[in-house]
Design a protein around this ligand. Structure first.
Ligand code: GLN
Length: 464
């Protein structure tokens, strides 16, 4: 029964590849299925099929982070989450495409080519967890693991119509996940519904001595939520909503009306606009400075594909020149500039100070509400040809970094379709308040019955 279901998932993954291009590696599950025979059938993830973003280290399985420089990198160890998933009985079916080294938000930059949206393959899936979002969005596996440094789980979740969670910083161990920007990086995931997300966090969360940033806080019984919206106080971040197009505002306002009807108290919230206007720049500086430092080791000597030169430094230069795509290289230039002795105070340190002010403002905004709610993205997933025309620096496109700056839990819940494409709301609560956030998310899910809507719209190619 389980074997049959897993083999069906593998077949579907194979069949999806020409449409979605969501996989770097497809894993033959035979060995794991054999091992499963000796495992306790009551394990919480017994026989569930999962895919991992390709920045999650998997023993003896290519882990390229969708970068040419790592196209020969086969780790000798499993990331902590991989161990946890296996111990809970999950079957790992593949490694998914991602924007190179998790930089970017389009799914256009994986070394193996762009990832496509399951609802319309002429559109992007979003990124950087592009393959995980597209595959989970098409309901091809039970759930998928991603990572989120700025919005890389929550934005593609909205574009692909799937629940996407980024818990509190340190809630899930990052040991064995190739870093991007360490002070902002989170492990996150995509599930088919909210209850599954709550259950999954019970399994993945917890202190890990191998990750010094992992939290000691005890793990809640998240799945005891009931989805009760009555008397919840939810803030709407008006700075973002002001700038959203009417075509998306209308379904959002409908949702708000339904929530009010269910007893939610809606409050309009405004953060300091001057601070919010700096979101993109502040994020860009911190993320790129940290990335530049983290990836100094990708030099063809210690790690990665080597392009031999006459001297050691020429080898490093050639390896990096061939190994990275143009977006990553541009970001290293920004990062290196910000970290230079002469600039560090004025660039990197300044961005860190602004980050602190933004976090204080967010904390104040959340003080008297249970969650902040806003549209996850200012648009539906754009068409490939329109991506370049978009201005990615607007606040409505960057509000999700608020929760990477603060480490607060944040998630996307899909709730409607516009022009045949899914849209989602993003929820945020204070640190370690995942249970409260899941409760509200479940309430919203019950109101909108997204999975019913989704059934009617699952893409044609999936039906074959
Ligand atoms: N789009 C953002 C960036 O390029 C976020 C990426 C992420 O969350 N990994 O940095």
């Amino acid at each position: 029964m389980i074997k049959k279901r897993i083999l069906e998932q593998v077949e579907q993954l194979k069949a999806s590849q020409p449409y979605l291009n969501g996989l770097v590696t497809l894993i033959d599950p035979s060995e794991q299925l054999n091992e499963l025979l000796d495992k306790d059938t009551t394990l919480p993830l017994y026989g569930q099929g999962v895919i991992l973003k390709d920045n999650v280290s998997t023993k003896d399985i290519l882990t390229s982070a969708s970068s040419r420089i790592l196209e020969n990198y086969v780790p000798v160890f499993d990331a902590t989450i991989v161990k946890k998933l296996k111990d809970a009985g999950a079957i790992i079916l593949g490694k998914s495409t991602m924007d190179e080294l998790a930089m970017g938000g389009t799914g256009l930059t994986p070394a193996s080519g762009p990832t496509h949206n399951p609802y319309d393959i002429d559109r992007i899936s979003g990124g950087s967890s592009s393959g995980s979002a597209a595959i989970a969005g098409a309901n091809l596996v039970d759930f998928a693991i991603g990572s989120d440094t700025g919005d890389s789980v929550r934005k593609p979740a909205a574009y692909c119509g799937v629940v996407g969670v980024k818990p509190t910083y340190g809630r899930i161990s990052r040991y064995g996940v190739i870093p991007y920007a360490s002070s902002l990086d989170h492990v996150g995931y995509f599930t088919q519904d909210v209850m599954q997300s709550a259950k999954l966090l019970e399994i993945l969360a917890g202190r890990d001595d191998l990750d010094v940033t992992s939290a000691n806080e005890s793990v809640d019984n998240y799945s005891s939520i009931e989805g009760n919206l009555k008397n919840k106080r939810i803030g709407i971040l008006m700075n973002v909503m002001d700038t959203i197009d009417d075509s998306l505002k209308a379904p959002f306002n409908d949702l708000i009306e339904k929530m009010k009807h269910d007893g939610v108290e809606i409050v309009e919230k405004r953060m300091n606009q001057e601070l919010l206007d700096t979101l993109f720049a502040t994020y860009y500086v911190i993320a790129n400075c940290e990335a530049t430092a983290n990836h100094a080791s990708l030099d063809g000597i210690r790690y990665g594909v080597r392009h031999e030169g006459k001297t050691l430094s020429e080898t490093m230069k050639l390896s990096r020149e061939h190994g990275f795509g143009s977006l990553v290289k541009r970001r290293f230039v920004v990062g290196a500039y910000g970290l230079e002795d002469d600039n560090q105070q004025e660039v990197f340190r300044k961005a860190q100070r602004v980050r602190r002010l933004i976090v204080e403002d967010l904390k104040e905004t959340l003080k008297d509400i249970d969650a902040l709610m806003v549209l996850a993205a200012p648009d539906v997933a754009p068409k490939f040809e329109d991506v370049k025309k978009r201005n990615y620096s607007i606040v409505a496109d960057n509000h999700m970094v608020l929760c990477n700056f603060s480490g607060y839990p944040s998630m996307t819940v899909p709730f409607a379709f516009v022009d045949g494409m899914p849209i989602g709301v993003n929820l945020t609560s204070l640190a370690f308040e995942e249970k409260l956030m899941f409760d509200i998310a479940l309430g919203i899910e019950k109101l909108v019955e997204f999975n019913e809507l989704r059934k009617e719209r699952l893409p044609q190619w999936l039906m074959k």
